[in-house]
Write a protein that binds this ligand. Structure first.
Ligand SMILES: *[C@@H]1O[C@H](CO)[C@@H](O)[C@H](O)[C@H]1NC(C)=O
Ligand SMILES: *[C@@H]1O[C@H](CO)[C@@H](O)[C@H](O)[C@H]1NC(C)=O
Length: 277
């Protein structure tokens, strides 16, 4: 059911593809401008499954820092762990919170490279039957399009967010200016997977937001800051609102960010909801 088009020839050409859910309730697409593979720190994951007879869709963008180790680990384990949580269907919020924490702890245990600290964001959309939950750690972002209007479903975990700064300072940490606001003068996100040396302050506790999938909900965009640094929420939504194929939409967003001079890795996932009227 899924089509994959990828090219390694040109750095600006993204790897992209997509698929459709079995019941045709939604379709999804992804695009990642990976360029030279060795230096790529952005990853994504898309998974459609059935748990206890309920249709489940899991989508995530993982933006690594300090190397790709943490982002790769989160991609390989987060959704697997979530599906394996005994209360995933009955208490999804609890399952998400516990799984994020457990996956972070297991990564820190498994990562034996003590020389350099790696970390990763995780912006995830979790569809369980008719429910949509967005769970976020870090500064990748999920934005939904409702009747043409962009609404962010996550608030970036930046160290200078007043509640984040307070949380960090309460734990004994500091937020300092070094080109931008950074935890301990080092890290420009206030929550992340990994980052062992800053773990007391840089937690992997997700903020979770639930959005009802009403008939005016058109699509959802999840992307790394490589997109959001150069394209506003509303511009992104407007740009792809009339592109029915979410893989084309994701590719268009990635290419636009690249054209606008984004220096960072750019990864986009688009999920389009099909409403049967
Ligand atoms: C990805 O990001 C890393 C570090 O932020 C950078 O060194 C690398 O060139 C980027 N790769 C692409 C394909 O943009
Ligand atoms: C955090 O600092 C950046 C500049 O690095 C600024 O653009 C942003 O508005 C600040 N955010 C808050 C919540 O103060």
């Amino acid at each position: 059911m899924s089509v994959i088009n990828s090219s390694h020839r040109e750095e600006s050409v993204p790897a992209w593809g997509g698929g459709v859910s079995e019941n045709n309730r939604f379709s999804y697409g992804y695009s990642s401008s990976r360029g030279k593979r060795a230096s790529m720190e952005d990853f994504h994951d898309t998974l459609i499954s059935k748990v206890e007879g309920v249709m489940v869709g899991l989508f995530g963008v993982f933006d690594g820092h300090g190397g790709s180790r943490a982002a790769v680990y989160v991609k390989q384990n987060l959704f697997k762990n979530l599906l394996g949580h005994p209360q995933f269907v009955t208490d999804t919020n609890l399952a998400i919170a516990e799984t994020f924490k457990k996956t972070d702890q297991e990564y820190l245990k498994a990562d034996n490279n003590q020389h350099r600290d790696a970390g990763s964001t995780a912006s995830t959309a979790i569809l369980v039957g008719d429910r949509l939950l967005v769970a976020n750690v870090g500064d990748s972002r999920a934005v939904i399009c409702i009747a043409g209007r962009a609404i962010a479903l996550s608030i970036d975990h930046k160290p200078n967010r007043s509640d984040e700064r307070q949380r960090i300072e309460k734990a004994g940490g500091v937020v300092m200016w070094s080109g931008t606001w950074r935890v301990g003068g080092v890290l420009a996100v206030s929550r992340a997977f990994g980052d062992r040396l800053l773990k007391k302050y840089v937690v992997a506790e997700p903020e979770i937001q639930e959005e009802p999938i009403t008939s005016d909900v058109e699509f959802l965009v999840i992307a790394s800051d490589g997109l959001w640094d150069v394209v506003s929420n509303q511009d992104a939504v407007t740009m792809v609102q009339n592109i029915p194929d979410p893989a084309e939409a994701a590719k268009t967003l990635t290419e636009e960010a690249y054209k606008k001079g984004s220096a960072d890795n750019i990864t986009c996932v688009v999920i389009r909801f099909h409403h049967i009227h």
